[in-house]
Design a protein around this ligand. Structure first.
Ligand code: URA
Ligand code: SF4
Length: 214
């Protein structure tokens, strides 16, 4: 169907996978319909030689307004957990599986809406190009959307969380919970936060090993 043919970012992704070129081109993407209602594209940020790339789902309300990834409540939780796990956020490249904010309007509020499988795969050429530019040692999927994009729809966070797998775009890939999911479980916050930090500590240790081996 013509509609399906249109639903991909591929025609807007520059052939040369260099981060400054990709970042410059991303605002013109019309690969799916999500650009129509979002304020702006939110591209990945961090060093081009990062050893770790963290992939979230999509920008949230605050990210959409500010134009930077993980600067809202989930981003603040992520920063704190990384600090507690001795992972330097400055050294990590942070991005999202989908680059435009998807939401439902509820009066004046904009409520996060989950991106569809079609939107996730439409946006994947951007993620692929970022990973190709950076060639990280390790990809960290934050939550099911990133894991679905990079490891397929059958991947289950609950069963495979914290397990390392080889991947075509990095030496290894691992998935953990999304920080927003922790914020949605206030009654289990302390427990879930501690588990998240534990995963990040494991990731930090694993990274040291990967670096020693290379
Ligand atoms: N949640 C995400 O997945 N990404 C962001 O950038 C912010 C919140
Ligand atoms: Fe392009 Fe991704 Fe935005 Fe869709 S969500 S318009 S594919 S950048």
């Amino acid at each position: 169907m013509a509609r399906d043919l249109k639903t991909t970012a591929a025609p807007w992704v520059p052939e040369a996978h260099k981060l400054p070129l990709l970042r410059e081109a991303a605002p013109s993407c019309r690969g799916c319909d999500l650009y129509q209602h979002a304020t702006q594209v939110v591209f990945g940020e961090g060093p081009s030689d990062a050893k770790v790339v963290m992939v979230g789902e999509q920008p949230g309300d605050e990210e959409d307004r500010k134009g930077h990834p993980f600067v809202g409540p989930a981003g603040r939780l992520l920063s704190r957990a990384m600090h507690d796990a001795s992972l330097d956020r400055e050294k990590v490249y942070v991005t999202n599986a989908v680059k435009h904010f998807k939401f439902l309007e509820r009066g004046k509020r904009r409520i996060h809406a989950k991106p569809s499988g079609m939107e996730i795969s439409a946006c994947k050429p951007w993620l692929e190009a970022e990973l190709d530019a950076i060639e990280p040692e390790l990809i960290v999927c934050l939550g099911a959307t990133a894991a679905q994009s990079l490891m397929g729809g059958t991947f289950r966070i609950t069963a495979q969380r914290g397990k390392f797998f080889p991947h075509p775009w990095a030496k290894q890939i691992v998935a953990t919970i999304h920080p927003s999911a922790i914020l949605r479980m206030p009654e289990r916050y302390d427990e879930e936060y501690a588990l998240f930090v534990k995963d990040l500590e494991l990731i930090a240790a694993h990274l040291r090993e990967l670096e020693r081996a290379s």
